[in-house]
Every structure is written in structure tokens, then in C-alpha cells.
Ligand binder design. Structure first.
Ligand code: DAH
Length: 340
């Protein structure tokens, strides 16, 4: 019996000396000292040992138990320290890393800056913001806007068709009719959004760009209201000294139609690089809403009139920020974007 106990003790001590981690240590403890552990069983069976040997074997078994318990205790401490150290090494945070990168905040894209500034000015004049789908029907993009069936903008070379009558909208103007169908006059909205045309990319063209549409419908609205509104806008956005100029033009959905220029905000109209020596910069198309468009929007043209206008956002951003190539606006190169 003594031999069995000594072997058991030596085996356990050997295992404990080579233990690698806390789980293994616990396994060894259970194997020898657990409820059904090898040493526990010996201690439990003492009753069947001959009385003359019982005391001696009992003492030996207890000595071995104490010795194993002591080793287990000290190993436990040792492993705990080792494991914390290992964890600290593997989860190390490099506090010497430069905090430079963490200090650079993002900010608005130049196109968003232009859109938000223009929105602010019109909201200040009592307009609300309207939205419409970028995937649009030919009905809203052309028919309802009085564009004849053979209008060049309907051509495959200008418009991206999804089916015969579903397209990517080529302008934000379809939102005019959508808004009229959903709201009764007085209507005063602007609608910023993306538009698509089948153009190849170069310094001044992109198949996707942004417009801001404006629409006012009420009783007794005339070109004078349009002029007053755009004059006010131009002074607020480009500066107090800005003048505006109306040039006759043609759009199917307005009659009369015009293009509007602002006096160059860089040279004040004298002529410079920004205005290509013209003194004027074209910023939008506009006009009095065509009666057919009001009818498409379920509004009686005898009772109501309106004016509408449409900005190209990229063109304004490029002149305002002096950007020479449209592509810079879409490349998302932070060296470019961080300048604004
Ligand atoms: N939709 C026109 C375009 O894409 C811009 C425009 C011109 C909008 C006159 C208007 C307008 O609302 O009245 O070229």
C-alpha cells in the first residue's frame, strides 16, 4: 500500500512540475484530489486497511495530499502571473503611435457645401425641399414637361434608357410635375438631386451630375417674380454687388424661357480667367411655367401661373472654388477635398 501511495504521489508531483496552464492544473487536481480522485479514493478506503497499518498509511496519504495541495497552490499563483503576462503581451496597445491621423476630421464635400448653401438661402425665402426618384418615367421626364416626341434630349445618345419608358432622369424638372400632382398651390419648392446623361467623362462632362430645380406656382406669378427672386438669390450667394442678366432661350417646359448669368464674382464684371473675359457667368435656365406643364400637374393655368429654374451644381462649385476639372469632384482624393 505504501508503495502504491508513493508512486501515486511521485506521478502527481511529476505531472504538476510540468503543468503548462490553469486548465491542465485543474485537470490534475481533479485526477488526484477530486471527489473521485485517485488519492481521495485511497483515503476513503482506509477503513478496509488492517488496523495496525491504518495509522501509518493514513498519515502518509495525508502527507502526500498536503504536499500536492501545496504544489497546486504555488503553481496556481505562478500560472496566473504567467497568463496575465502573456495576455498583456498579446493585447499590447502601441501608445507610441502618432495621434496625427486621429486628429483629421472629415468635412462636407464641395458639392454638398454648394447644395446646402443654396438650400439655406431658398429656405430663408420660404421654400421647402422636394425630392423625386432618379429612376424616372419618360412621362415625367419628357411628356409631362411638354417635350415633343422628337425632342433631341429623348435620343438614346443623350438619355440612359432602362426600358422604353423608364430612364435615369436627365434633369430634376420632372419633380415639378410630381410636386404639382401632390400639392395644391401655393407651391414654393427647390429640389436638389442627381441627374444622368449619356456623356463620356472629360473635364466638363460626366454621365452623372447634380442640379437644383426650383418651382413656384401661385396666383399672379410673372417673370418679374422670377427676376426678383433670382436677383435676391444672386446677391446672397455671390455677394451684394452681383448683377444678373437674362438672355432669351428655349426650354419646352417654360414660356418665355431664359438663361441667367451673374456678373463675375471674381472680377466684378471687368473680365478675368474665371469668367473667360466675358464679365458674366451662366448659372441657370429658367422661365415662366408652360401652361401644358401646369395642366399635366392638374393645375388650372387660367387660375395659376408659375416660374421655374434649374441650376447645374457642378458648374457653380467649379467657378466658386476655382476647380479646373470636373473629375476632381468625383475622385475623392483627400488632397483635393481637404482644400475646401
Ligand atoms: N432642366 C433644364 C436642363 O436640364 C434646366 C432648367 C431650365 C430647369 C429651365 C428649369 C427651367 O426649371 O425653367 O437643362
Amino acid at each position: 500500500m505504501q508503495d502504491v501511495l508513493n508512486t501515486l504521489g511521485n506521478n502527481a508531483t511529476n505531472l504538476l512540475e510540468n503543468v503548462k496552464n490553469s486548465e491542465e492544473l485543474e485537470e490534475i487536481r481533479v485526477k488526484y484530489l477530486g471527489k473521485k480522485g485517485e488519492l481521495t479514493l485511497v483515503l476513503k478506503s482506509l477503513g478496509s486497511v488492517a488496523p495496525e497499518e491504518r495509522k501509518e498509511i493514513g498519515m502518509l496519504a495525508n502527507d502526500i495530499r498536503k504536499k500536492l495541495e501545496n504544489i497546486i497552490e504555488s503553481k496556481k499563483e505562478e500560472l496566473k502571473i504567467k497568463e496575465v503576462e502573456e495576455r498583456m503581451n498579446s493585447e499590447k496597445i502601441d501608445i507610441s503611435m502618432s495621434k496625427q491621423n486621429l486628429n483629421t476630421y472629415g468635412h462636407k464635400h464641395p458639392l454638398s457645401i454648394v447644395i446646402d448653401d443654396i438650400k439655406d438661402i431658398f429656405i430663408g425665402m420660404g421654400y421647402s425641399i422636394a425630392e423625386g426618384p432618379e429612376i424616372e418615367t419618360t412621362f415625367f421626364n419628357f411628356d409631362a414637361l411638354n417635350a415633343p416626341f422628337d425632342h433631341p434630349s429623348r435620343d438614346l445618345q443623350d438619355t440612359m434608357y432602362i426600358t422604353d419608358d423608364i430612364i435615369l432622369r436627365t434633369q430634376t424638372s420632372p419633380v415639378q410635375v410630381r410636386t404639382m400632382l401632390e400639392n395644391k398651390p401655393p407651391i414654393k419648392i427647390i429640389c436638389p438631386g442627381r441627374v444622368y446623361r449619356s456623356d463620356s467623362v472629360d473635364a466638363t462632362h460626366s454621365p452623372m451630375f447634380h442640379q437644383i430645380e426650383g418651382l413656384v406656382v401661385d396666383k399672379n406669378i410673372s417673370m418679374a417674380d422670377l427676376k426678383g427672386t433670382l436677383n435676391m438669390f444672386a446677391k446672397k450667394y455671390f455677394g451684394d454687388k452681383t448683377e444678373i442678366r437674362f438672355r432669351p432661350h428655349h426650354f419646352p417646359f417654360t414660356e418665355p424661357s431664359c438663361e441667367v448669368d451673374v456678373s463675375c464674382f471674381v472680377c466684378g464684371g471687368k473680365g478675368c480667367k474665371t469668367c473667360k473675359n466675358e464679365g458674366w457667368i451662366e448659372i441657370l435656365g429658367a422661365g415662366q411655367v408652360h401652361p401644358n406643364v401646369l395642366v399635366a400637374g392638374n393645375i388650372d393655368p387660367k387660375e395659376y401661373q408659375g416660374f421655374a429654374f434649374g441650376f447645374g451644381v457642378e458648374r457653380i462649385a467649379m467657378t466658386k472654388f476655382g476647380v479646373s476639372d470636373l473629375r476632381y469632384l468625383y475622385e475623392n482624393d483627400v488632397r483635393f477635398l481637404s482644400q475646401f
